[in-house]
Design a protein around this ligand. Structure first.
Ligand code: XMP
Length: 517
């Protein structure tokens, strides 16, 4: 892999993604990892990320100069660039002159490998106080800016290079090009990390892990579990059984989509558990969001355990038992849980990932190395229906946390209709791939006065919550076209009788969360 050494900035994941967009496999490692341990991973190249510190700050994370003697091609970005310059005997100065945001640089070397084929003047994204004033011996200075006497350097004979700016952010006009020049032309890597190679590797890994064992997978209808199950099915065929729990909190057509389209596309053996009454009875009168979430989480586990036991019994005929549970864990979860920072419990997230340890299974996690967009690419390559591959995230507790107030069958029916209209219209307008998701929320305990025909109405508002995001940790509200919003509003108020008002949520996250509960 290409190792992205994380110096504690927000950028390491983004760098890792950009490397993979260049079809080269990358992994993130902490800057505290000793060089020997990095070498044990047999890195094809190393990228030193940006970081929040000054190389002069006390306790600033350092680069072990030993790294540069290993022959592993290395690329420094921002802080990593300065740390590299310092470690190799260059000069980093605290100038007090900072550059933040869009900045013009000048490419100073026509023969530059990093900047080959890019214009002499270009805009990049900077964020630095200190600057490299003198490149280490052996390096060619290939770019400068007003605030950075050395904005880029390279020593292709040793496979070393670096830039002061952030090539990984979109605001750096030719950033991806620069990164690719490092990967392909300095580190001499081949673009072989593709969806079909990922599938081959994972199928082999799953077979090696589970052998003839029986495997079970909880399907949520979401893209992650759908792709994970499809991969496992490709590897072990009918030794996999999927369980889909209908808790009555699904959106219109969701169960049918899983039952028909998904099974048709994959041939997976599916067990659908109808637990609608069980869930809705238990949720009766529950208003508090956390209580809703916990109730659903608890019941879900029970229902899933029952289903798992049935699968075991059915399989018992062959004298076997289920040993493996498939989970759709993604790479950001892996990176984040490795970080070990204690974040506040904002919401009790419930999904199949919340299954308890005492479900005596070993885990199969074929998506552990993948980002969401890569999961989608793999899903498409496996031939899953586009509606499934491009499906927006949907929370495990379903529509229950999109009804502000107690959940009931009537209220669910109202929300389901409104939500279906929104999905139809956004799909028709072709905006689904531009937004992260669009929760539709029913304010069930709020009424407002309206007029329709000649009559007074006293109905409920529907809230539209379109958001744009890279990872759901932060989000901005999406600027959907007004005519689309208008069509949605007209259709909902005309077609859903209990709703007489449609409102738009224009709050970013933070301070708002994406879901209302
Ligand atoms: P919030 O509301 O915390 O949501 O900003 C962040 C993302 O997580 C989704 N979400 C959930 N997903 N189980 C899930 O699997 C849950 O309990 C859950 N709650 C929120 C939400 O839709 C958004 O994408």
């Amino acid at each position: 892999p290409v190792l992205v050494v994380d110096f504690g900035a927000q950028y390491a994941q983004l760098i890792a993604r950009r490397v993979r967009e260049a079809n080269v496999y990358s992994e993130i490692v902490p800057s505290s990892m000793p060089v020997a341990e990095m070498l044990a991973k047999d890195p094809a190249a190393v990228i030193l990320s940006g970081g929040p510190s000054s190389v002069y700050a006390e306790g600033a994370p350092q680069v072990d100069p030993a790294l540069f003697g290993t022959g592993v091609p290395t690329f420094g970005i921002c802080y990593g660039f300065q740390a590299m310059a310092q470690a190799l005997g260059g000069e980093v100065a605290q100038t007090g002159l900072s550059e933040f945001g869009g900045t013009r640089i000048t490419v100073t070397s026509e023969g530059s490998t990093l900047f080959a084929g890019t214009p002499e003047k270009q805009t990049v994204w900077m964020s630095h106080g200190d600057a490299v004033h003198r490149a280490p011996d052996g390096f060619t200075v290939v770019a400068v800016s007003d605030g950075a006497p050395v904005a880029g350097f390279e020593d292709t004979s040793r496979g070393l290079a670096g830039v002061q700016f952030h090539p990984e952010v979109m605001h750096s006009e030719h950033g991806q090009k620069v990164l690719e020049h490092f990967l392909y032309d300095i580190a001499k890597l081949e673009p072989t990390w593709t969806a079909s190679n990922v599938i081959d590797e994972q199928v082999a890994a799953i077979r090696a892990q589970v052998g003839d064992g029986l495997v079970i997978c909880g399907l949520s209808g979401g893209v992650d579990s759908a792709v994970a199950a499809a991969l496992v099915h490709k590897a072990v065929g009918d030794n996999l059984t999927c369980v889909f729990v209908d808790h009555g909190l699904l959106r219109k057509g969701e169960r049918e989509q899983v039952e028909k389209d998904y099974v048709a596309a994959t041939g997976i053996r599916l067990k659908v558990v109808d637990a609608v009454d069980r869930f809705l009875d238990e949720l009766d009168g529950v208003v508090d969001p956390e209580e809703k979430r916990k109730t659903i989480g608890r019941l879900f586990i029970r229902v899933f355990e029952d289903a798992a036991r049935e699968v075991v019994e059915e399989a018992g005929a062959h004298g076997q038992q289920v040993d493996y549970l498939v989970q759709g864990t993604l790479y950001p979860d892996v990176v984040e849980s490795g970080g070990g920072t204690g974040t506040a419990n904002i919401k009790s997230h419930h999904n199949v990932g919340g299954l308890p340890d005492d479900l005596q299974f070993s885990l199969v996690e074929p998506l552990r190395t993948l980002f969401k967009d890569e999961v989608r690419a793999v899903g498409a390559e496996l031939g899953l229906p586009p509606e499934m591959v491009w499906r927006h995230p949907f929370p495990g507790p379903g529509l229950a946390i999109r009804i502000v107030g107690a959940v009931s069958r009537d209220r669910l029916a109202v929300l389901r209709e409104a939500d279906a209209i929104v999905r139809e219209e956004t799909a028709a307008a072709g905006v689904d791939r531009d937004i992260w998701q669009l929760p539709v929320v029913l304010l069930a305990d709020v009424r407002s006065v309206g007029v329709q025909g000649d009559g007074r109405t006293y109905g409920h508002p529907i809230v539209l919550r379109p958001v744009s995001s890279e990872d759901a940790m932060t989000a901005d509200w999406s600027r959907l076209p007004y005519d689309l919003l208008a069509r949605i509003s007209t259709r909902i108020t005309n077609e859903v009788r209990e709703v007489n008002r449609v409102v738009l949520d224009i709050t970013s996250k933070p301070p708002g969360t994406i879901e209302w509960e």
